[in-house]
Design a protein around this ligand. Structure first.
Ligand code: ADP
Ligand code: MG
Length: 576
């Protein structure tokens, strides 16, 4: 567009696609972008930074995407990930899919090549039909083809990411759109602020009454809190309902801390009994997927009835009949349930509480016994005893957790006191989220983060230690180093190569952070671990503590051995 106005020689003020993208993001309160720069988005990152948006540059798009997803979970606003075209875009797809599966709002913006070249497969730089590629992995995928649509495209991406069931949105912006220009005043009129991005939704009064009647008639009621409840920021409403009714509750992993884990009605330590005996179950932002045994026997009683609160009505009946579907957002729905208690009182039978309390006390004692053991070399439980003691003194820290045994055992041992302070492998049990999640937690909160990482899990995004050091983030990475995937002591049945599960027993991961100016520790005992972690939290900054564990510590597939098929016919070894 011509930069001079006709009739006089004063230059007309112009804008371009880069500026309009930044203007639209800022207008919608996007204050951080997680990304990796390159063609064609480098200037977009520069401009965003110059405009006051914080830009956090990663070493791999996957970690940047995971950070954006975690930011979405933590803030309730879409986290934004920025990548280049082609391979950079594809590297971000695991994170986009993982965000969608976990119902975290994020927007992945990628630059892309000229449609005229891509669509005829003429061999452009990083040529890829990104819009089509992203679609199966995202809640929605949109492309902006004209500069006039930038404001609309960003509004649409934000609205889709956070409304209804949150998820990942892909937003494709071809390079030529970024560099297109138009009059500044006309451009300003094309961007807008999304009003009430996730409007509240309430279930009908009839559904609320039906839910209360069923719960009120239950002999063994149970509430299951999922990460949807954490995301919904429903802790006050949920505490009110839980305490008014006296019904015991079970937090899913990322719902830990929604109410403090030491709440008298928290049954995390009597999970199996609670699931197998409950007759009426209220699911609050938790899906009856594999993590809950699909709601089926033998984990659950075959006659259990399910009441479910979910913002996405298509979730109901996905595994078991939903006796009472409560379609609505969790805050509004739980408020309505509490309000309805005046007319339909619900009180948990005391016999059921006592049965669960007895099991919880027994299981808790068994855990303490296990934690008190002091084997040398150190194993998972003794290391976690040390971590637990420090975390108890610092309930405000964010806890990131990934691995197999590292995940399963940490989840059981480390109590959470505050909502949305635990981030882990989530619905997919995905590996590689750890450092991205830790970076986002530190950036969004400004508070210290402890990432407890299996040594294998750490490897998926280990280079992000440099990112943590470059931005001087208060992140302490604790590597549970047993030298392998699951464990590090397997001997290959043949040949000289290491066994498939073996990594590098005796590795010194702390040297990785030292390369970037952070503080490294290598510890061999719980006391050394306590000392290193205490020092790290006293002066928050980038720290990596490599915990040398017994290579024989760990179970194949952690707590998921039932999902791991094993060979039934003896293994053939090649003979010369
Ligand atoms: P968990 O793994 O902890 O059991 P899930 O991810 O399986 O949790 O379930 C979360 C559920 O919460 C999803 O079905 C999602 O649709 C729902 N959800 C997310 N946000 C809200 C909200 N604000 N109100 C109601 N339901 C929500
Ligand atoms: Mg390991």
């Amino acid at each position: 567009m011509n930069a001079t106005e006709s009739g006089n020689d004063r230059p007309e003020s112009v804008t371009d696609g880069f500026h309009l993208v930044v203007d639209a993001l800022k207008l919608n309160d996007i204050d951080v972008i997680y990304g990796v720069v390159g063609i064609p988005v480098t200037d977009l990152a520069r401009l965003a930074q110059a405009s006051g948006i914080r830009y956090i540059g990663f070493r791999h798009e996957s970690a940047a995407g995971h950070a954006a997803a975690a930011a979405g979970f933590l803030t309730g606003r879409p986290g934004v990930c920025l990548t280049v075209s082609g391979p950079g875009f594809l590297n971000g797809m695991v994170a986009l899919a993982n965000a969608t599966v976990n119902c975290f709002p994020m927007v992945h913006i990628a630059g892309s090549s000229d449609r005229a070249l891509v669509d005829l497969q003429r061999g452009d730089y990083e040529e890829l039909d990104q819009l089509a590629a992203a679609r199966p992995f995202a809640k929605a995928a949109y492309r902006i083809d004209r500069i006039e649509d930038i404001g609309r495209g960003i509004a649409r991406a934000i609205r889709t990411a956070v409304s209804g069931r949150p998820g990942g949105v892909y937003l494709d912006i071809p390079a030529h759109v970024l560099s297109q220009s138009m009059g500044a005043a006309a451009g300003a009129a094309t961007v807008w602020r999304v009003v009430d991005p996730a409007p509240r939704q309430s279930p009908s009064d009839a559904a609320v009454s039906a839910a209360l009647r069923l719960l009120g008639a239950a002999e063994r009621p149970l509430i299951v809190l999922g990460k949807g409840a954490a995301y919904a920021r429903a802790e006050h409403q949920i505490r009110d309902f839980v305490e008014q009714t006296g019904i015991p509750y079970l937090p899913m992993a990322m719902a830990k801390g929604l109410l403090p884990d030491d709440h008298p009605q928290c049954l995390a330590a009597a999970r199996s009994l609670a699931l197998s005996r409950a007759d009426v179950v209220l699911l609050v932002g938790a899906r009856l997927n594999w993590l809950l045994g699909h709601g089926a026997s033998p984990q659950w009683s075959a006659s259990a009835q399910f009441i479910q609160i979910d913002v996405d009505a298509a979730e109901f009946d996905s595994n078991q009949p939903t006796a009472v579907p409560l379609a609505g957002d969790i805050c509004s729905t739980v408020e309505a349930l509490s309000a309805g208690l005046h007319e339909v009182p619900v009180h948990c039978p005391t016999g059921w509480r006592e049965e669960l309390d007895a099991r919880r006390t027994r299981n808790a004692a068994a855990l303490e016994h296990r934690l008190a053991e002091d084997p040398r070399p150190m194993r998972f439980y003794s290391a976690l005893r040390a971590v637990r003691a420090v975390v108890r003194r610092h309930p405000e820290v964010y806890l990131v957790n990934e691995g197999a045994n590292t995940l399963d055992i940490t989840r059981n041992v480390i109590e959470m006191q505050l909502p949305r302070h635990r981030l882990d492998c989530g619905t997919w049990g995905v590996m590689g989220v750890g450092l991205g999640y830790a970076i986002a937690a530190a950036v969004q909160s400004g508070r210290p983060v402890i990432a407890i990482e299996g040594d294998s899990a750490f490897g998926f995004s280990g280079m992000e230690m440099e990112t943590i050091c470059r931005y001087r983030l208060p992140v302490v990475v604790v590597v549970f180093n047993n030298g392998g995937v699951y464990r590090g002591d397997e001997v290959a049945s043949t040949g000289t190569d290491p066994a498939p599960t073996v990594l590098s027993p005796g590795a010194h991961h702390e040297r990785i952070i030292e390369a970037f100016g952070g503080t490294g520790h290598h510890v061999r005992t719980p006391d050394e671990l306590t000392a290193a972690l205490t020092a790290a939290l006293a002066d928050p900054g980038p720290v990596l503590i490599d915990c040398e564990l017994d290579t024989s510590a760990g179970t194949e597939s952690g707590h998921l051995t039932n999902l791991n098929p094993r060979v039934t016919v003896p293994v053939r070894t090649t003979t010369a």
